[in-house]
Design a protein around this ligand. Structure first.
Ligand code: HEC
Length: 114
């Protein structure tokens, strides 16, 4: 009888730790560029990339903004940030591949392409 009670006591504990484990391990990097943007950039650039006037982030959906910024400019901006502004450097925090995918994501936000 005591063995029976023991099992019933331990079972919920086991289930609890099993359900907690995956969420604790889910800190894997976000796969898509959109998720990367939402996780790292949207707080300053807005969830839609339209920018926030208060901190002077550009509206990257504006076709004029898109036309005046080369791919290389966008990549170097994300990589190195911009001194004297709030734009941080992402070198060392994001991989080159992630930075490239973010550049393509920013291109996809161009309102002229929608
Ligand atoms: C802490 C706020 C902040 C975060 C987080 C941030 N940015 Fe910025 N970003 C800025 C600001 C402010 C500017 C405008 C800088 C200026 O005035 O030239 C900017 C400018 C830019 C520009 C425009 C560069 C140009 O030449 O005009 C790009 C592209 C950009 N950010 C991409 C990103 C990406 C991609 C991320 C996420 C990985 C990100 N930013 C995260 C604040 C931020």
């Amino acid at each position: 009888m005591s063995k029976f009670a023991h099992t019933f006591l331990l079972l919920p504990v086991c289930i609890a730790s099993l359900t907690l484990l995956p969420s604790g391990l889910s800190a894997a990097p976000a796969s898509s560029a959109g998720k990367l943007f939402q996780a790292n950039c949207s707080r300053c650039h807005g969830p839609d990339g339209k920018g926030k006037a208060m901190i002077h982030t550009p509206n990257v959906t504006d076709p004029k903004w898109q036309a005046s910024h080369s791919d290389q400019r966008i990549i170097s901006m994300i990589t190195n940030g911009e001194k004297g502004t709030m734009m941080p450097a992402w070198k060392g925090k994001l991989t080159t591949a992630q930075i490239h995918s973010l550049m393509h994501y920013i291109r996809s936000l161009n309102s002229a392409k929608k």
